[in-house]
Design a protein around this ligand. Structure first.
Ligand code: NZQ
Ligand code: MN
Length: 395
């Protein structure tokens, strides 16, 4: 409870100067199921219940939530055709399904992939999602979203973003709009605790990257810095322990790390590491988001560090220390990837694969490369991608 009060206090402290924070409505705890279902009655009776199609079913949560929706007399429609690194095509199928139902609200129970699909459905009811991504059309309407995040995490339960893979153009792009901010942002440790070790590692590494990238952006505000620092301290305390230990304490710690980092992400945004990681998952959809980040994070930071920008390098030292390192950020990051066993090569990339990732990063992700606190040339990006994808490292 103390941690929740601290988080809410920090949000309240900065609400006035950051309207986004005023939209947040957070619920974090253990076994929140029934009180939540009671609470969401205020959103209406007809609910589109979105989940992935494996984990929540196997763990019994789909059954549990369906029973609760029925107990409280909701008109519930379940949609589970959602997979990791969700594609525009799958999202369009979800929109087709939702249009027939016309739900009052969407209840998303899952990781970033499920929550992002719910977001796309929410605005896709009123227009073409890819046109929204490409800013060829403006978003004016959405269906309210309640998001219970089952990973810790992408921050999607608190961000105004949905990340979408277009399998025609092979692009992974971000849809952004304040209407995508969930009306209620939930994490229940009685669900997140079941995430398998590899998911704890990759999603926890994603949290780490959000905090590092926000903190190192030149336009990082004091408010965002405060959220990012809190996330980094929690990552230090809980990430590796959560990976090695099934206890609830560290799982809960990572829920908070995810919320702090997600809020920081919503306030500022990412830069080079995410700009390179998205094209990797777009081209190789079986590589999940956190894994893609783990491939490239240390090499990207190494390259940025070598630019000898004093302000940036001071921040890197501070970040390393907040993460429990001795000030050498590259070593600190490599220690994390090693402890989380994310330093293994899972795929054999060819030089041609690397060229494609470089082309995409410099192409459709160039705007976020420009957000890098130090200028990265085409050669820099090429060497980061080659080094991280084509040479094996042992931590
Ligand atoms: O396949 P299902 O049944 O859904 O199971 C999932 C999936 O296989 C499983 N899982 C989730 N919670 C679990 C669990 N298994 C057991 N117990 C639980 N409690 O884990 C697998 C991965 O799930 P997924 O949702 O794909 O992972 P994640 O949460 O990392 O989400 C990744 C997506 O979010 C995007 C990524 O790009 C990627 O597409 N992001 C979204 C952001 C946003 N909207 O603000 C920002 C992030 O930077 C990120 O880009
Ligand atoms: Mn991320």
């Amino acid at each position: 409870m103390e941690e929740l009060n601290q988080l809410i206090k920090l949000i309240d402290k900065h609400k006035r100067s950051n309207p986004y924070l005023g939209y947040l409505n957070i619920s974090i705890g253990n076994n929140l199921h029934e009180p939540l279902i009671k609470y969401v009655q205020s959103f209406g009776k007809k609910v589109l219940f979105c989940t992935g199609n494996t984990a929540m079913r196997n763990l019994g949560f789909i059954k549990k939530y369906n029973a609760l929706f029925n107990k409280y007399k909701f008109d519930v429609h379940h949609y589970d055709n959602i997979f990791p690194n969700p594609t525009l095509k799958q999202m369009q199928e979800g929109i087709f399904f939702a249009k027939k139902i016309k739900p009052d609200f969407i209840f998303a129970l899952g990781g970033g992939s499920v929550i992002d699909t719910a977001k796309a459905i929410s605005v896709g009811m009123y227009g073409n999602v890819w046109d929204f991504v490409e800013k060829k059309a403006n978003i004016h309407h959405s269906i309210p979203i309640v998001a219970s995040s089952t990973t810790s995490g992408t921050g999607s339960q608190v961000t105004p973003y949905a990340v979408i893979t277009n399998t025609d153009t092979l692009e992974k792009k971000t849809l952004k709009h304040p209407l995508l901010i969930p009306k209620l942002s939930i994490a229940d440790v009685s669900i997140t605790r079941f995430a398998p070790k590899y998911i704890v590692a990759t999603t926890g590494f994603d949290v780490l990257c959000h905090a590092v990238e926000v903190y190192t952006r030149e336009d990082c505000s004091e408010t965002a810095e405060e959220f990012a620092k809190n996330a980094l301290m929690l990552v230090r305390k809980h990430l590796v322990r959560s990976y090695n230990n099934k206890g609830v304490k560290h799982k809960l710690g990572m829920i908070y790390a995810d919320f702090y980092a997600g809020i920081a992400l919503a306030l500022v945004g990412t830069h080079a590491p995410h700009a390179i990681a998205h094209p990797i998952s777009a081209r190789f959809p079986l590589i999940n988001h956190g894994q893609a980040l783990a491939y490239i994070m240390a090499d990207t930071i190494q390259t940025q560090k070598e630019k000898k920008n004093d302000a940036l390098n001071k921040k890197f030292i501070k970040i390393s220390q907040l993460l429990g390192g001795n000030g050498d950020i590259v070593k600190t990051i490599r220690n994390y990837t090693k402890s989380l066993e994310l330093n293994r090569k899972l795929a054999d990339f060819s030089a041609h694969d690397a060229e494609l990732v470089i082309k995409d990063t410099l192409g459709y992700r160039r705007e976020s490369i420009r957000k890098s606190p130090v200028n990265l040339s085409e050669e820099d990006i090429a060497s980061i991608v080659y080094n991280s994808l084509l040479t094996s490292k042992n931590g």
